[in-house]
Design a binder for this molecule. Structure first.
Ligand code: CLR
Length: 380
């Protein structure tokens, strides 16, 4: 029977929602979901998950060899997965439906400099509404490391689960001491959202993602859930192979939400059982109208307080305002100007590095961060 986790008054609307996803594919954000499953957080906040262990991000700069740099990038990447894919369960009780960002929505934040790790800054912009696409740029200038990426999703329904194919990729750039740059192309895993029937959705990762370095080192990460590898959920196996070789130079395995180890040496590789550091922002009162937490403030309050009438009234206000804006643009023959990013049809770094591991598709568009304009949060 539907939904032991669903409040009794919402059981039938949950069943209706499930039916609507089953007969639907594409953009889930547009479907109306019952109140209990709504999150007060917009998708523009999600890129912050990349840096909640800032010391692992900054440590990449201290590597002494290409191999070590690839290992540290893999270690940082695996250590972000718990935040990316399980934190709503921990904070909100289950996976929830995030607020669907408006075009031009912004999110700024930073992680302060502690013990010489340097300050890391985050700039996020919603660069498309239909379909939803979020672009982000994360930089630790002191350490000479940056991450630029964009994120979109294609969803379908299969065997009672939502399958989410992640569209987009990220490029990590490291300035080397000799003045050169090393680049890493990061592809994203496939998601399955299980537990829908009971009203307590959670994510499992599947298939394979890659981290290809411009030095030739390649990490191949395989994801499995219950009943594979170790039989446990959130399992991964990663192999690092040297340039031009398919043989593993290092192999790691474990649980991405707990710990993992180096298979050969037994040495601990990742450990995310310790607290993470959430991004710092200025108070909502000091934010600009387009900044996510300011923009959605009253909707989010309504959701948090269980006052769904206010939440939906405030949400309609925002949506109507957006529709009017689009009509005005159309009448004036103008279009919305992005603030921090430029769109390009084909990312040359993706094409170049993607060839090394036969990325599929072989080319992708991207959003390039526009330096020297609107530098985002300078506050520390
Ligand atoms: C966004 C990019 C982040 C990782 C990430 C984590 C959770 C994903 C989210 C991405 C995209 C939107 C998402 C969400 C889980 C649920 C939600 C797929 C990929 C969908 C739109 C909501 C489904 C509604 C049910 C929960 C009822 O780096």
């Amino acid at each position: 029977n539907v939904g032991e986790a669903v409040p009794s008054a919402q059981k039938s609307s949950w069943a209706t929602f499930l039916k609507s996803i089953a007969s639907f594919s594409g953009d889930l954000s547009s479907l109306t979901a019952p109140p209990f499953i709504l999150s007060p957080i917009s998708l523009t906040e999600f890129p912050a998950y990349w840096c909640e262990r800032p010391e692992l991000f900054s440590a990449i700069a201290d590597a002494q060899s290409n191999e070590e740099r690839s290992i540290l990038v893999l270690k940082w990447f695996i250590s972000t997965l718990k935040g990316q894919y399980t934190s709503r369960n921990e904070k909100l009780g289950s996976e929830k439906k995030p607020l669907n960002p408006v075009l031009g929505e912004l999110f700024y934040g930073y992680w302060p400099d502690v013990n010489g790790r340097g300050q890391t800054n985050l700039v996020v912009e919603q660069v498309s509404h239909h379909p939803p696409i979020t672009a982000y740029y994360i930089e630790n200038p002191q350490k000479g490391i940056s991450l630029q990426g964009h994120s979109a999703q294609k969803t379908s329904f299969s065997g009672g689960s939502i399958i989410v194919k992640q569209i987009g990729h990220a490029i990590l750039t490291v300035n080397l001491p000799n003045g050169e740059k090393e680049e890493f192309l990061i592809t994203l895993p496939r998601l399955r959202i299980d537990g829908l029937w009971y009203g307590s959705p959670y994510i499992e990762l599947s298939e394979t993602s890659y981290i290809q370095s411009s030095t030739g080192w390649l990490s191949t990460i395989e994801y499995k859930g219950k009943g594979y590898f170790s039989g446990k959920s959130h399992t991964f196996k990663a192999t690092l192979s040297r340039p031009g070789s398919t043989q593993a130079s290092q192999t790691y395995e474990g649980l991405w939400h707990e710990t993992s180890k180096n298979v050969r040496t037994g040495e601990l590789f990742t450990d995310v059982t310790t607290p993470k550091e959430e991004v710092t922002t200025v108070p909502v009162e000091e934010m600009d109208e387009w900044e996510s937490r300011r923009l959605w403030r009253w909707v989010a309050k309504g959701i948090r307080d269980g006052d769904f009438e206010t939440a939906s009234r405030e949400k309609s206000k925002i949506e109507n305002e957006q529709r009017q804006r689009r009509r005005d643009e159309q009448a004036a023959g103008t279009s919305w100007a992005l603030k921090h990013f430029d769109h390009i049809d084909s990312d040359p770094i993706f094409e170049h590095l993607g060839r090394l591991f036969k990325a599929n598709p072989p080319t992708e568009d991207t959003y390039v961060y526009r330096h020297n304009r609107n530098p985002g949060p300078e506050k520390a």
